[in-house]
Design a protein around this ligand. Sequence first.
Ligand code: ZN
Length: 495
Amino acid sequence: MTYLEQFKAYEKKLQAYQYVLNVVGWDSATEAPKGAFERRAEMQSMIAQEAFELWTSDTYLETLKALEAQDDLSEIDRKSVKKAGEALRKVNKIPADEYAAYDKLLALAQRTWEEAKANDDYDSFKETLGKIIETSKRFITYRNEDKAPYDVLLDDYEAGMSMEKYDAFFDVIRQDLVPFVQNVLNNRPEKPAFIDRHFPKAKQKEFVEYLNEVFAYDLDKGLLKESVHPFTWNTHPSDVRYTVRYLEDFLFSSIFAGIHELGHATYEMGIDEAFTETRLKGGTSMGIHESQSRFYENVIGRSYAFWTVHYDRLKSIFDEALHDVDLDTFYLGINWVEQSFIRVEADELTYPLHIMIRYECERAIFNDGIALDDLPDLWNQKVRDYLGIHVEKDTDGLLQDVHWSGGAFGYFPTYALGSAYAAQIYYAMQKELDIEAIIKADDIPQINAWLKDKIHQYGKSKTPEELLLDVTGEPFNPHYYIEYLKAKYGPLYIG
Ligand SMILES: [Zn+2]
């Protein structure tokens, strides 16, 4: 066997392990009985261990090194080998015992955080948080990169990003968007009352299934289920599933989380199968993935044009709850702006402010060495500055998100970046397609085809920076995002 054949055989085997773990993960998040937890966790960890040993074995590394020195590889193979090398070297420089200890720390941290959140007791989580931060910093030093630790983390979650770039992005948000949001908040009419009405679960499900048709989600390759937190799951373009949750007192949760996940799913389904056996399979980055889901959810799903076509259907399903709600009121309802404490419940306009708070806190932790005792005050001060509300309890403040207890520092900013990418992509698409007319003609497949042609098909073969440049003709430019938000929310609230 050549080194290349050997490498491909390893990769295929690693993918097989991953496939099994993914299916178990899907089962566990959707329909596995609670009682199965312990046995499943044991079986899962044995398989994960096998995969980890293969991946970090000397023979795998030797094969990889041999291929890295080879200059006759195809472009796909070369990029795949490069990605495999990058992924392995993030891990294999960490001593095995420290890696295992960190795994254990995170498993315990999950529970500690859940309890701290339930009891509104930051102090009981602080020590664990400190250990996670300290360990992530130490792991970064093993990689010997000539970069600030937080820059390393930011680049891990979104290749090419750094504090310098995010600072510039959030400066624009702080200067341009924060005053605009305040203006919107000061000009709000009365909150549409229908939002709080009762929407039976079975009917919500009927409408989400209708959305599957509207967005041309291929049910031969897809599956819709229910879970506590909505997510998209995939192993291959021929198997891309998603979940929603049905809240009977909040209709928008299933509709917009559904459309959001359909955006992620359509991306994964559109990736060229030539990348399947390589490291180039899957979406290219968190930010680009999120741009696709936000494009679906906000640019299409929360547009007036979309509901001119689909509101009658919704109304016919929820005849009781919506009989006296006209289209304009419904449109205001789905784009209702308010100051809220909780990120996952935030509207499209205030969402980036929630992310900015998290980015600035993480930056303070990793770059400015803020004492963990001072973190709640810093968080709460930023909530006052940007959203104008006072955090009463840490449960609604810095304890609300799962990310830090999972060691995922540097992840948050990709959410806001995704929305901003989506706006830049929107203006590029607008030059070639009459988006509003297409939405009104109920022809989403035309938009899907454009996205597939420009973005989806490439998988990881283009970096986020390359992709954005090729699609929009310029590097990331946050001003499109501000322009998009002002063009939408200005007329709706300020006139
Ligand atoms: Zn998402």
